[in-house]
Every structure is written in structure tokens, then in C-alpha cells.
Design a protein around this ligand. Structure first.
Ligand SMILES: *[C@@H]1O[C@H](CO)[C@@H](O)[C@H](O)[C@H]1NC(C)=O
Ligand SMILES: *[C@@H]1O[C@H](CO)[C@@H](O)[C@H](O)[C@H]1NC(C)=O
Ligand SMILES: *[C@@H]1O[C@H](CO)[C@@H](O)[C@H](O)[C@H]1NC(C)=O
Ligand SMILES: *[C@@H]1O[C@H](CO)[C@@H](O)[C@H](O)[C@H]1NC(C)=O
Length: 328
């Protein structure tokens, strides 16, 4: 009895003892031409860029981030128009425009090789980074999102609980904003349930409230919708990049939650048009909210994937702590 309590305690220590608290991570803000980008960072070792989607912000990495930060310098931006970054002055929320912000963050940090882990809309941004700067992205994990042109726009209208009619609704920002304004929390609550494996408990009330605060700021609901309205521009962009037979060559791990992206053959057919170097796997006991529903599997799978193959140089961001960097 004592033995099993002690060994359970040791297991918890080994698994979770070293984990940082995401809310204690460092903050950084950088000014780009079109937006001000906020990101959180923590850890030491080779860099990993984490790219969130909608309706979330960098908080989506609150569990997976600390697991990866045990071995890596982790950088988790709020993408333009989300979280604590600003709205885009030009209103451009295409994967290419928002993906260019990722390059700007890496340039600011003098990082010329990184691992990337992206989720949802962030997958489009990360894919754009990999298309435009293939030497920069050494290994990439793309989770629970088919690129426009490769499975996104053809599967949006089924009424099934786990299907995705909201992708079409959000793509009409005037209507979506009109119907959702003042009901952001209700929309999020429905969305988290709708995309989940485990149901209404998938995302905590505290985090539901924090996401609500973010998308209820003036303009931020609309900027989220603009990512969906950009799907057709994104489709043109991605098909121009890949329909000519070009592919991404860096190792790609394509993930999908078992409740949101099964069967694995769907993942496979989605990514075979994009990459000639991928493996596809389902995340057990997760829907779309992989950081809330199965962070241990997802974080540890990412650690194994990044440890495999070519290793990249460490970065040390401690120099940022006491510096004014927003103003030249
Ligand atoms: C958005 O940005 C992309 C990338 O810079 C550019 O190709 C596209 O034309 C822009 N779209 C609009 C509507 O400004
Ligand atoms: C990255 O920068 C380092 C140091 O400046 C340089 O030695 C290395 O070749 C660069 N790597 C790439 C892939 O450009
Ligand atoms: C997605 O759309 C494609 C093309 O219309 C169709 O063949 C496929 O069966 C759909 N998949 C699902 C899961 O609905
Ligand atoms: C998955 O895609 C790869 C690459 O296109 C292909 O070689 C493989 O046979 C596919 N596997 C399944 C289970 O569909």
C-alpha cells in the first residue's frame, strides 16, 4: 500500500515535477509594419515555435508548452488579431500574411533553424512559413487542420456533431459578427463542446472565461472570422504552391484528434498532396482541443519527434529579460 502510494508519487514527480507554469512564462512584444505581436517564451535548448488557431490564443499551449519546454526554448506567439497581439492594420488575415509574422518573430530572435508545432488555423501559417522558408523549418508538426485545397473546403457542411459547418458560417464575417456579438462566451462554450472528445469539461471554465475576454475585445471577434473568410485566398495560395507537384520535404508529423479527424486515412489523403515526408497519427482520447484533452500524449509525442534526426542549435533568450526592445 505504502509502496504503491510512493511509486505513484514518484511517477507524478517524474512526469510532472519539472513542468513550468505557463502563466509564469516570459512575455515579449515586437512591433511589425502591420501589427504588434505578443508572444510568450520559456525554457532552454533548440527552439520550438508553437502556433495556435481560432478561437484560441497562445493559452492553448498551457499544457503542451511546459512539456516541450523541459527540453526546448519554446516560443508561443499570439497570431495577428488574436490574444494579446494587435489587429492587423490592413485587415489581411491570409495564411501568407500571418505566416510572415512568424518569420519576423524568428528574425527578431536571430533564429535561423527551428522546430514548429501548429494547431488549427495556425497550421496554415506554419505551412506558409515552411513553403516560403524551407531551410528555417527543420521538423514540423501540423495538428487537426487540413489545408484549404487539401480537405478543408470540401468537408464543411455535415450536421454531425463532429463536423464543421461553422467554417462556412464564420467565413461570412458580417453575419457571423452580427449573430455572435454579445454571445461570445456562449459561442465558445458551444464550440469547445462541439469539437471535443470529452464533452463540456474539455476546456475549464477559467480558460473559457479567458478566451472570452480575448475575443470580446473590440475587433477581435471579427479578426478571428477574417481567418475563415481568407480560406479561398489560402486555397489559391496553397494549390499554387503544391498542385505543380512541389512538396514540403522536411519531416512532417500530421496529427488529428480521434474525435475530430478520424479516420487516419483522411489525414493521409489530406497531407499526401502537401508533403513527401510525413507520418500521420491520431491523438487518442482527444477531439480538436488537444492541449486540454490529451496534452501528455501530444507533448511527449512532440518531444520524441523533435529528438529524432537532425539536431539544431540551442538558443538562449535570457538576454531579453531586462531590455527595452519595442522601441529602437
Ligand atoms: C495579404 O497578404 C498577402 C501576403 O503578403 C498578399 O499576397 C495578399 O495580396 C494580401 N491580400 C490583401 C487582400 O491585401
Ligand atoms: C544559422 O546561423 C548560424 C550562425 O550565424 C550559421 O552558422 C548557420 O549556418 C546558419 N544556418 C542556416 C541554416 O542558415
Ligand atoms: C470530404 O469531402 C470529400 C470530397 O467531397 C469526400 O469524398 C469525403 O467523403 C468527405 N469526407 C468526409 C469525412 O465527409
Ligand atoms: C498514406 O499516404 C502515403 C503517402 O502518400 C502512402 O504511401 C500510404 O500508402 C498511405 N497509407 C494509408 C493507410 O492510406
Amino acid at each position: 500500500m505504502h509502496y504503491s502510494i510512493i511509486s505513484a508519487f514518484l511517477l507524478i514527480q517524474v512526469t510532472f515535477g519539472q513542468l513550468s507554469n505557463f502563466d509564469d512564462w516570459h512575455h515579449q512584444r515586437i512591433q511589425l509594419e502591420d501589427v504588434s505581436i505578443h508572444f510568450r517564451y520559456f525554457g532552454s535548448g533548440p527552439p520550438v515555435l508553437l502556433v495556435h488557431g481560432f478561437p484560441q490564443d497562445s493559452l492553448t499551449w498551457h499544457t503542451i508548452g511546459p512539456i516541450i519546454a523541459q527540453k526546448h526554448t519554446v516560443i508561443a506567439p499570439d497570431i495577428r488579431g488574436c490574444g494579446d497581439s494587435s489587429l492587423s492594420r490592413t485587415g489581411n488575415y491570409t495564411a501568407q500574411a500571418a505566416g510572415a509574422d512568424l518569420k519576423a518573430i524568428l528574425d527578431f530572435l536571430s533564429i535561423n533553424q527551428t522546430y514548429v508545432f501548429a494547431h488549427d488555423k495556425g497550421v496554415g501559417l506554419a505551412a506558409s512559413l515552411a513553403i516560403e522558408h524551407p531551410d528555417l523549418v527543420t521538423r514540423i508538426i501540423l495538428a487537426d487542420y487540413p489545408l484549404p485545397g487539401y480537405g478543408y473546403s470540401t468537408n464543411v457542411t455535415s450536421p454531425d456533431l463532429y463536423q464543421n459547418w461553422q467554417l462556412a458560417f464564420f467565413a461570412v464575417p458580417d453575419a457571423a459578427e452580427f449573430f455572435i456579438s454579445g454571445r461570445e462566451r456562449e459561442m465558445l462554450s458551444w464550440y469547445f463542446f462541439h469539437g471535443s472528445y470529452s464533452g463540456t469539461q474539455a476546456v475549464t471554465l477559467d480558460h473559457l472565461n479567458r478566451y472570452t475576454v480575448q475575443i470580446s475585445k473590440p475587433g477581435f471577434l471579427r479578426s478571428g472570422m477574417m481567418y475563415f473568410a481568407a480560406a479561398w485566398d489560402d486555397e489559391k495560395y496553397f494549390t499554387a504552391a503544391f498542385d505543380n507537384g512541389n512538396r514540403l520535404h522536411m519531416p512532417l508529423l500530421a496529427l488529428g484528434g480521434e474525435a475530430s479527424f478520424a479516420p487516419v486515412a483522411l489525414l493521409n489523403s489530406s497531407w499526401s498532396g502537401v508533403s513527401d515526408n510525413f507520418v500521420a497519427e491520431l491523438i487518442p482520447k482527444a477531439g480538436h482541443w488537444i492541449g486540454d484533452e490529451n496534452p501528455a500524449w501530444s507533448g511527449n509525442r512532440a518531444l520524441r519527434f523533435f529528438a529524432d534526426g537532425e539536431q539544431i542549435p540551442d538558443v538562449d533568450l535570457s538576454y531579453l529579460s531586462d531590455r527595452v526592445t519595442l522601441w529602437p
